[in-house]
Design a protein around this ligand. Structure first.
Ligand code: NAP
Length: 343
C-alpha cells in the first residue's frame, strides 16, 4: 500500500507532449506511470503533496519561446509542497516539508536548488503554503506594498479580484486602510469579493460588458490611486480613464490577452501617462527575493491572526491536471487552483 512517507508504487507524471497556441488544452499533456526514481546525488527525493496550477504556465507552453519554456517530453513544471523521503543534502532530512519546483508528478527527484524554502505545518497546513504563504501571497504583498506604494485612505482597483492573487490584494489593501474596489466575473464572485475578500465595492465586468468604463466613473468620482492589474485587455482600458494624477499601475498579469504573437490593439495611453504622471510597473515576483523574508513574516502574522484567509480550489489527483489550466481562463476556478497530488 502507498501511504504518506512511503516510496512504494509508481511515479505518476504529467508530461508535456505538444505546445499550445493560446490556453493549453488537455491534449498538450500525457499521463505516464514510471518507476519511483532514486534520490539524485547531492539532491533530494520528495513525495509531492500538492502542486500549483498557475496562469504563467500558459506562457511556458506557448508555441512562442518564453523565458521559462517547458520543452516537449519534460514533466510539467510547477511549484509544489512535498515531503522529503530521502536526502543527500544535509540541509534536508526525511520527514521535512519543502516548497519548490516539484512539477506535476507524484515523486520528485530534484537538485536541492529546486527547493526554495521549508514548510512549517505548525504555522499552516501544506496547501496554505501554495496560497497565502506561497506565490500568491508573495505576489500580492510585493505588488501592493513595494510597487503600489499605498497610502492610507487611497483607492485601489484590482482586476481578477476573486482569484488567488486578487483576493489577497483585497484583504491586504483593506487591512492597510485603503478603499478597495474589485472587478470580477459574475454575481457570485463579486459577492464573495465584497463579503470575504476585503473589497468595499465589487463590479461584475461580465454584466457591465461595454459599460464598465461608465460604471467605474459613476462608482469612483474621486478616482483611483493604485491599479493592481491581473488581466490587461478591456478591463484595463476601462480603468485608465479613472486613474488619478500620480497613480501607480502594478502590471501583475495579462490573463485577458489570449495571445501576444499578434499585438492586441486598443486605446493608446501615452498621453495619460505623461499628463497624469502615472507610474506603470511590471511585476515579476522573483525579482524581489531580497524582500521575501519580510513579506513572509508579515503574511504569517496576518494569517495567524485571521486577517488573511486562504481560499483554495482543489482538484483531486494528477489525472485532473491536463484540463486544469482551462479553468483559470474560463473563470471556473474559485480561489487558488491546485492539485492534491497525494491521491
Ligand atoms: N507577476 C508575477 O510575478 C505573478 C505571480 C503570480 C501570479 N501572477 C498573475 O496574477 C494573476 C492572477 O493569478 P492567479 O493564480 O491568482 O489566478 P486567478 O486569479 O485565481 O485565476 C485567473 C482569473 O482570471 C480571470 N480571467 C480569466 N480570463 C479573463 C478575461 N478574459 N478577462 C478578465 N478576467 C479573466 C478569471 O476570473 P473571473 O472569473 O473574475 O473572470 C480567473 O478566475 C495572473 O495574471 C497571473 O499571471 C503574476
Amino acid at each position: 500500500m502507498t501511504g504518506p512517507g512511503s516510496k512504494a508504487g509508481v511515479n505518476r507524471q504529467v508530461m508535456v507532449v505538444r505546445r499550445a497556441k493560446g490556453v493549453p488544452t488537455p491534449d498538450c499533456f500525457q499521463i505516464v506511470d514510471s518507476p519511483v526514481p532514486q534520490c539524485p546525488a547531492g539532491g533530494v527525493l520528495l513525495e509531492t503533496l500538492c502542486a500549483a496550477v498557475d496562469p504563467a504556465m500558459r506562457g511556458w507552453l506557448s508555441e512562442e519561446r518564453n523565458y521559462m519554456t517547458v520543452s516537449d517530453g519534460e514533466v510539467m513544471r510547477a511549484h509544489g509542497v512535498g515531503r522529503v523521503l530521502e536526502s543527500q543534502d544535509e540541509r534536508w532530512v526525511p520527514g521535512d516539508l519543502a516548497y519548490g519546483w516539484l512539477g506535476w508528478q507524484r515523486y520528485a527527484a530534484v537538485a536541492s536548488s529546486a527547493l526554495l524554502w521549508p514548510v512549517d505545518e505548525t504555522v499552516a497546513p501544506a496547501p496554505v503554503w501554495l496560497s497565502v504563504l506561497g506565490l500568491n501571497g508573495l505576489t500580492a504583498w510585493i505588488g501592493l506594498n513595494l510597487l503600489g506604494r499605498p497610502v492610507r485612505g487611497e483607492t485601489i482597483v484590482v482586476s481578477a479580484a476573486a482569484g488567488g492573487v486578487g483576493g489577497l490584494v483585497g484583504q491586504l489593501a483593506a487591512h492597510r486602510g485603503l478603499r478597495a474596489v474589485g472587478i470580477a466575473g459574475g454575481a457570485s464572485k463579486t459577492e464573495l469579493a465584497r463579503t470575504r475578500l476585503g473589497f468595499h465595492v465589487a463590479v461584475d465586468y461580465k454584466a457591465a460588458a461595454g459599460d464598465l468604463g461608465r460604471e467605474l466613473t459613476r462608482l469612483l468620482p474621486d478616482g483611483v490611486d493604485i491599479f493592481f492589474d491581473n488581466t490587461a485587455g478591456p478591463i484595463a482600458d476601462a480603468v485608465f480613464p479613472v486613474l488619478n494624477g500620480g497613480a501607480r499601475i502594478v502590471q501583475c498579469g495579462t490573463v485577458a490577452v489570449p495571445d501576444w504573437t499578434t499585438l492586441p490593439t486598443g486605446p493608446r495611453r501615452e498621453r495619460d501617462i505623461l499628463v497624469k504622471r502615472l507610474s506603470w510597473h511590471g511585476l515579476v515576483v522573483f525579482d524581489h527575493m531580497a524582500r521575501f523574508e519580510e513579506a513572509f513574516a508579515d503574511l504569517k502574522d496576518l494569517y495567524r491572526s485571521g486577517v488573511l484567509t486562504a481560499r483554495h480550489d482543489v482538484l483531486r489527483g494528477l489525472d485532473m491536471a491536463p484540463g486544469a489550466l482551462g479553468r483559470l481562463y474560463d473563470g471556473t476556478n474559485n480561489g487558488r487552483l491546485m492539485i492534491d497530488v497525494g491521491l
